[in-house]
Write a protein of this length. Sequence first.
Length: 184
Amino acid sequence: MASPVSAAITEPYAEALLSLAQTQGLVSRFSEDTSLFLELLASSLELRSFISNPLTKGEAKKAVIRQLLNDKVHSYFLNFLLLLVDRRRIFVAQEIAEQYQALVRKLQNIVLAEVTTTVELTEAQREAVVHKVKAISGASQVELACHLDPSLIGGVIVKVGSQVLDASLRGQLRRLSNSLLAAS
């Protein structure tokens, strides 16, 4: 969750990126580009540290961004990232990309469901979760973000926005413990 200060910075940039994407017919392309950018950041602590370091020169940051993304993202998106460097806002680029994706999901009536399980879901299980989330949320599409957590013991936790469906064994044991404590 973004702090109020970073939200004040990230939201206008994400909205501007979405506006550009809409006028140019590049909404889905920029979604792909932001996903690629977020994957790069997630896979490299060094990259995150490098681009967010205020002591690193802007030209060095631009050179690395160009080297990593030049032929992989649309030129408008690349220029957007370079503009963030110029405006000394590249340190919030990850939050801007995440906010952009959230705006696109809202625009297209897509919900993001964060699914936590002890083991990888099968395709049938993924489809069942998507179907259940569609029924609960009324969304036309569902994106799943799956995470593994062995401490659940078994079952699943599905988070959609502020709603949490806890069907994990750990959650059931906690609820049983609470009810026993309340009864005594």
